[in-house]
Design a protein. Structure first.
Length: 213
């Protein structure tokens, strides 16, 4: 009887220990499930945050890409404008260089023409002065020559009067020397040759224009 009670008590004790262990295991299981749910919740939260960050990052990258593309397009447009402006300026510089060269050549030609005109003007003034001097000298020589012709004609008339000569008689240079100024036969300053001629004719000079009027 006592053995049966002891076995019964041992079974009850074992049962109690088993229930305690089951209860403890259930508590641990419940705690583990709770921890698992919390961990899953944290994982889901982290996953959602990660997805959000990825979405935000993708949106930011997309915005940056759009901005960079727009900026690149703007830079490309500005570069094209600068290239066009550079081309235009290059063409303008070439045109200006050609114009400058043309103006330089024109100025040089004008300077040469002015120098030629100045030389021609100097030559014209020199020629005019020479002509004036020649005309003055010719007029002076003509005046002197005509005076000489008058002296010769006066000498002829005196010679004819004193020597009873007629209009057809022709005196020599020696015949007229006593009746000429300083007893010298005159000489044409222009190099002309005098012809005494007959008493009835006026003396002449070989140079045209040198004649008694």
């Amino acid at each position: 009887m006592k053995l049966k009670d002891a076995l019964l008590g041992l079974c009850l004790a074992a049962l109690l220990v088993t229930e305690f262990l089951l209860f403890s295991a259930n508590q641990k299981k419940t705690a583990a499930q709770t921890a698992l749910r919390e961990a899953q919740h944290q994982v889901e939260t982290l996953q959602a945050e990660n997805d959000r960050l990825k979405a935000d990052n993708a949106a930011a990258q997309a915005t940056d890409i759009v901005s960079l593309r727009a900026e690149n397009k703007n830079l490309a447009r500005k570069l094209a404008e600068l290239q066009n402006e550079n081309t235009r300026l290059g063409a303008s510089n070439q045109w200006l260089f050609k114009q400058l060269t043309l103006l330089s050549d024109t100025a040089q030609q004008q300077e040469q023409q002015l120098e030629a005109w100045a030389a021609a003007s100097r030559q014209a003034r020199a020629a005019a002065q020479a002509m004036t001097e020649a005309e003055q000298r010719a007029a002076r020589d003509r005046t002197i020559c005509i005076k000489n012709l008058h002296d010769l004609d006066a000498a002829k008339q005196k010679w004819a009067l004193e020597n009873n000569k007629t209009d057809v008689d022709v005196p020599t240079e020696q015949d007229l020397l006593p009746y000429l100024p300083n007893h010298l036969f005159p000489v044409c300053p222009a190099g002309g040759t005098y012809s005494i001629n007959a008493v009835g004719l006026p003396p002449t000079c070989s140079i045209p224009g040198h004649a008694i009027q």
